[in-house]
Write a protein that binds this ligand. Structure first.
Ligand SMILES: CC(C)(COP(=O)(O)OP(=O)(O)OC[C@H]1O[C@@H](n2cnc3c(N)ncnc32)[C@H](O)[C@@H]1OP(=O)(O)O)[C@@H](O)C(=O)NCCC(=O)NCCS
Length: 429
């Protein structure tokens, strides 16, 4: 579905000029500069110097655009700021939408708080909009950074901590069998299953090989890769229907290991149950921990004591609508409705007023509001982005002061936005 290629997208002129006025060069990095880009990103994320082996590894997303900001007065040749973007399918209710994914946002500690990140972020959003993209997305290191650019948490996740012995498996015996696989097979299973099931997870995006190799401990920077184990779930027909990468960490004594799930993906509820049961009943394991899990996981309903499955909800997938009509028309809506909305946008990218009306079974038609017509519902672009996948009701955002207008119309639009499944972005990017 990717008819857009971020590599062909020129840098944003306004950001180029803003940074040039401060003596900084803002440009795409290509070819041999890949190593310098990686070094700057690792420094920005507080990692160590990459080894030669790490630098020799293939890029994460092969079709990404890497931008560096250069300070001619810097002693080192590395960029003082970085950002990377690519176009990926985003699963939305009833379909998918090409999304401008943003990653590797770093500003060197020597150049912080001079507006470099702002220039880069605004540049990404304007460039994506100019390319015709309706949505941008990212995952964050800190939840405080991106709201100012119109992003909002739209696909939260839960961090799960299970007291394995006390929780106890109670649900029926899953039919899928669990088999060990080596780490190469593990990476391959994770990638294949992710793609096979991605359309079922609202809010998820396409994966890439390096992500699966990292989960399987096959990347050059992996810590204690020999401790990483992999299993697959196999159904009665012999098909691989689930995969889990995990690590066992010894606790206070040998009988109290923690089974730390690095990634778990399943094509069927039975496969998911089989993988969790395997973890919960693992000998010598006291605790299981897992990150980026779906909030509506059936797991608490499958154990004897649901209180032994702690779920801590946090933000994870952030979205930023760039084009309101295109974004809304790309997803399914529930029920019949008609609402006039006004969207505000501090960056002037997606603001405007429209009539949003049901079209046929589950689509909508979005048309500009006639001059002088009053909107029923007014909300900022972040609020609409937060509600876009159905993770939060507009009434909640109204109570938070992010949405105003007619209570009936807010409820009607909120009902229409709800999705048949809770969003789940299963990876970090
Ligand atoms: C986060 C980071 C990119 C910010 O870069 P920067 O160039 O210092 O940011 P800017 O000077 O452009 O600041 C832009 C705005 O964000 C705010 N801001 C910047 N970093 C912030 C932070 N960590 N928390 C909250 N606000 C932050 C600034 O106050 C400023 O606000 P304003 O424009 O509304 O006045 C930089 O500190 C960094 O590289 N951190 C380590 C890596 C990282 O966390 N990257 C983010 C990956 S998701």
């Amino acid at each position: 579905m990717n008819s857009f290629d971020a590599r062909n997208c020129p840098t944003d002129q306004a950001s180029r000029e803003a940074l040039a006025s401060r003596g900084l060069e803002y440009r795409v990095m290509v070819g041999d500069e890949r190593a310098d880009f990686r070094k700057a990103v690792m420094r920005g994320f507080l990692d160590g110097e990459p080894t030669a082996a790490a630098l020799a590894e293939a890029d994460g997303q092969p079709d990404s655009r890497s931008i560096g900001v250069f300070d001619g007065s810097a002693v080192q040749p590395l960029p003082v700021a970085t950002v990377k973007s690519w176009v990926t399918p985003l699963t939305v209710p009833g379909g998918e939408l090409p999304m401008w994914a943003i990653s590797a946002v770093t500003v060197a500690a020597t150049h912080r708080r001079r507006g470099i990140a702002r220039a880069m972020l605004e540049g990404e959003l304007r460039a994506a909009k100019a390319e015709g993209l309706a949505m941008a997305g990212l995952t964050v290191t800190e939840a405080t950074i991106y709201g100012r650019y119109g992003f909002a948490s739209a696909a939260p996740v839960s961090t799960v901590k299970i007291s394995a012995k006390l929780a106890g498996w109670r649900a029926p015996e899953p039919a899928a069998r669990i088999l060990f696989v080596d780490r190469e097979q593990l990476a391959s299973d994770l990638g294949e299953l992710h793609e096979r099931t991605r359309a079922d997870r609202i809010g998820d995006i396409a994966g890439w090989n390096r992500r699966w190799q990292q989960h399987a401990g096959l990347d050059a920077g992996a810590e204690n890769p020999e401790k990483i184990r992999g299993v697959r779930a196999v159904d009665a027909a012999g098909e691989t229907v689930g995969s889990m990468a995990y690590r066992l960490v010894e606790g206070a004594d040998y009988r109290r290991h923690t089974l730390s799930v690095r990634h778990l993906v399943a094509a069927t509820p039975d496969a998911r149950a089989a993988l969790w049961k395997f973890a919960i009943e693992h000998d010598l394991v006291e605790t299981i921990e897992a990150y980026n899990q779906p909030i509506d996981d059936p797991l608490p309903w499958q154990v004897s004591d649901a209180n032994m499955v702690e779920q801590r909800v946090s933000e994870h997938g952030w979205l930023r609508i760039l084009d309101v009509p295109a974004a809304l028309e790309a997803r399914r809506f529930e029920g019949g409705f008609g609402v006039r909305i006004a969207v505000t946008d501090p960056l002037g990218i997606a603001d405007g007023s429209w009539t949003v009306a049901q079209l046929g079974a589950d689509g909508v038609r979005v048309e500009p509001l006639a001059d002088g017509a009053e909107a029923d519902v007014t909300l900022d672009v972040g609020a609409l982005s937060a509600a876009y996948l159905g993770a939060v009701r507009l009434e909640t955002l109204q109570a938070a002061g992010r949405v105003t207008g007619s209570a009936d119309k807010i409820r009607a639009l909120s009902d229409a936005l709800r999705a048949r499944a809770f969003p789940h972005l299963s990876i970090v990017y």
